[in-house]
Design a protein around this ligand. Structure first.
Ligand SMILES: C[S@@+](CC[C@H](N)C(=O)[O-])C[C@H]1O[C@@H](n2cnc3c(N)ncnc32)[C@H](O)[C@@H]1O
Length: 270
């Protein structure tokens, strides 16, 4: 943890005048690690799509259900990719009571530094770590996760990737597929992938949209993934029933309004 804080010490954590995706998301879910520019960005987004908070919470609720499934299957190690700043109901809080360990991974030093700060005074700190890495560099992510001493990669691990793939800059479905395949091949049987990503139906079939100007300066272009792309991205991962569905319908059809976000729970091996 100290090493990570030193790593990011040179980062201008208090660049308050520019919105930051991780801090803005933190504001969206009611966290306290955000500044006026982040709140303005989210308010602009809410003006465009008033349901964005509801959608995001539906996605995190899916993660909660999928993670409980992982715990029920005996998985007690979690690797969250593109973790941002853990929200009040963050992963370490969900799985901590079960004694599980969590390694958070984000490419953004601001997200990692806030995560370290937030964890420092929480009781789960001895079972939780944060690593700065690009999720596409699977081998590096796995090495760094191993180095934390928290994850034993010879035992099943659950990867959690919630609302992230639409923000990965300069990547197409094939890049993401190659990365996820690397994780799949490296992890032992019994490992899982909890994945959510907004789908284009959210925007009447538009696959790529620009985020509002107020936030586009710091956020990568939003890239929604169609079902066909998502199927390509999941590649050889074995998608468990009920398959790829809207987050509100995982694992059972809820009869409520779709959130516009695909959910999948997949396993490394058939
Ligand atoms: C919308 S936030 C999602 C936060 C979190 N998953 C959650 O559910 O609250 C997206 C996060 O993905 C991170 N991200 C984007 N591209 C990434 C990459 N290539 N590798 C790792 N993290 C990435 C961003 O920095 C940001 O913190």
């Amino acid at each position: 943890m100290e090493r990570i804080l030193a790593d990011v010490a040179s980062t201008d954590l208090d660049a308050m005048e520019r919105p930051n995706l991780a801090r803005a998301t933190n504001y969206l879910v009611g966290g306290g690690a955000n500044f006026a520019a982040d709140r303005a960005a989210i308010n602009a987004l809410l003006a465009m799509d008033p349901a964005v908070g509801t959608r995001f919470r539906a996605s995190r609720a899916f993660v909660g259900r999928a993670v409980r499934t992982a715990l029920d299957r005996g998985v007690d190690q979690f690797l969250e990719l593109g973790s941002g700043i853990p929200s009040p109901g963050g992963l370490h809080r969900l799985v901590g009571p079960a004694g599980a360990r969590v390694v958070y991974v984000d490419v953004d030093p601001v997200a990692v530094a806030h995560t370290c700060e937030l964890l420092a005074d929480q009781k789960e700190v001895s079972r939780t770590a944060a690593v700065r890495a690009d999720l596409r560099e699977a081998d590096r992510v796995l090495d760094e996760a191993r180095e934390t001493g928290l994850l034993d990669l010879d035992r099943p691990v659950a990867i959690v990737c919630n609302a992230v793939l639409q923000w990965v800059a300069d990547s197409d479905a094939d890049d993401l597929a190659a990365s996820l395949e690397r994780y799949r091949a490296a992890l032992p049987p019994g490992s899982l992938l909890v994945l959510s990503v907004p789908h284009p139906d959210l925007l009447d079939g538009t696959e790529i949209v620009e985020v509002p100007p107020v936030i586009e300066s710091t956020m990568a272009p939003l890239r929604l993934r169609s079902r066909a792309e998502l199927t390509r991205i999941l590649g050889r991962w074995d998608v468990l029933p009920p398959g790829v569905v809207d987050v509100v319908d995982w694992p059972l059809a809820s009869g409520t309004e779709p959130a516009g976000i695909y959910a999948a729970l997949a396993a490394t091996h058939r």
